[in-house]
Design a protein around this ligand. Structure first.
Ligand code: GLU
Length: 399
């Protein structure tokens, strides 16, 4: 008898952001001087006050199970953050703390989708969205944001993609990978459509503290009707340089929160108790480290934008938030390298890592097969070195 495996699991493509980052780290560990523009992982240490809170949690013996949905203390702090920073009023019973943003998104889609339900996802999208939707038996429906519209989708595009099976729309502002932000007017239009067509908005606001131009506006804050239909998702990873601690959270209706907490109670139990104490300190403690990191990211963004804009064959828009440069390489793909057509972004990424020791993310898994993504969550020195190498690769193709 041939034992079979899960078709659903086998259909999942492993995360290329994590794979490329692992590859870059492996090369570095062998002493190869690789510049890693791969995963969006801030290079700063987690701030001291947050680490101290975690050490105290261990010393105090805060090392046992907590409520599956997170401690009341942390959920209250999340409510405070939502109220003060996002202008959204949630009660602790509407908050679920999970093992990172991906886990929060997994809970959301498992709680709202039935088999065949459609989820509209604007491309460029963060590569895990379609996979998470599929794993929850949903059907991703991709629509494309034009470069001329700052890679954002219009309400007309969303409406045209709506069917009687549409269950949700994923909003990600600031966007990973484009760094673009939806304006208040755009969000008002999306909210009006969501209410009229009666679908949920899953608002991934993970990069909410990393905004250089424009305003952080949470769609759930606009009015009562959209508040009821929105699940707001965020976490501490990017804002507080806490990627490894794995704490994400959601604000939603009590009904959805209850479902997510119930799912989580069987799947993982509580998120790590020590990380919850650290996340509490991140939210209620001094916020100066966030400002410092943001200002450093801004400098790197400005430098990268200037350098990339001056290069031949590639172009990018100036991101308004997050920490990624989303680069149009369509002209470069038409060129030859070592007598062979470059052709596609995977090959371009392969050439860059193998011959120039630069790790970049090819964006076919982000719905944009003629773009690459460079994270600027690495030091300025590394950024300069990496851009010099990319420039020499381009010069080589032009020679
Ligand atoms: N979200 C980050 C990125 O896009 C981390 C890697 C991942 O989870 O995909 O690079």
């Amino acid at each position: 008898m041939a034992l079979t495996l899960s078709r659903k699991a086998m259909a999942v493509k492993p995360s290329s952001t994590l794979a490329i980052t692992a590859k870059a780290k492996e090369l570095m560990s062998k002493g190869i001087d690789v510049v890693g523009f791969g995963a969006g992982e801030p290079d700063f240490n987690t701030p001291d006050n947050i680490c101290e809170a975690a050490i105290k949690a261990i010393k105090d013996g805060f090392t046992k199970y907590t409520p599956a949905e997170g401690t009341l203390e942390l959920r209250k702090a999340v409510c405070e953050k939502f109220l003060k920073f996002n202008n959204i009023n949630y009660e602790p019973s509407q908050i679920v703390v999970s093992n990172g943003g991906k886990h929060s998104l997994t809970n959301i889609f498992e709680a709202i989708l039935n088999p065949g339900d459609e989820v509209i996802i604007p491309a460029p999208y963060w590569l895990s969205y379609p996979e998470i939707v599929r794993l929850a038996d949903g059907v991703p429906v991709i629509i494309h944001g034009e470069k001329a519209n700052n890679y954002k989708v219009t309400t007309a595009q969303i409406e045209a993609a709506c069917t009687e099976k549409t269950k949700a729309f994923i909003l990600n502002s600031p966007s990973n990978p484009s760094g673009m932000i939806y304006t208040r007017e755009e969000l008002e239009e999306i909210a009006e459509l969501a209410v009229r067509k009666d679908f949920y908005v899953v608002s991934d606001e993970m990069y909410e503290h990393l905004i250089y131009e424009g305003e952080a506006i949470s769609i759930a804050s606009l009015n009562d009707e959209i508040y009821k239909r929105t699940i707001t998702c965020s976490g501490v990873a990017k804002s507080y340089s806490m990627t490894g601690w794995r704490i994400g959270f959601t604000g939603s209706s009590k009904e959805i929160a209850k479902l997510m907490a119930s799912l989580q109670s069987h799947q993982t139990s509580n998120p790590n108790s020590i990380a919850q104490k650290a996340a509490y300190e991140a939210l209620v403690g001094p916020q100066d480290s966030v400002c410092k990191m943001r200002e450093e990211f801004r400098k790197r963004r400005d430098y990268m934008y200037e350098r990339i804009s001056a290069m031949k064959l590639i172009s990018c828009l100036k991101p308004q938030g997050a920490f990624y440069m989303f680069i149009d390489v369509s002209e470069l793909l038409k060129k030859e390298y070592k007598g062979q057509l470059i052709g596609d972004v995977s090959n371009l990424a392969k050439i860059l890592i193998e011959d120039f020791n630069v790790a970049v993310i090819p964006c076919q898994d982000f719905g944009c097969p003629d773009h690459i993504r460079l994270s600027y969550a690495i030091s300025m020195e590394q950024i300069k070195k990496g851009l010099d190498r990319i420039e020499s690769m381009i010069e080589n193709c032009c020679a």
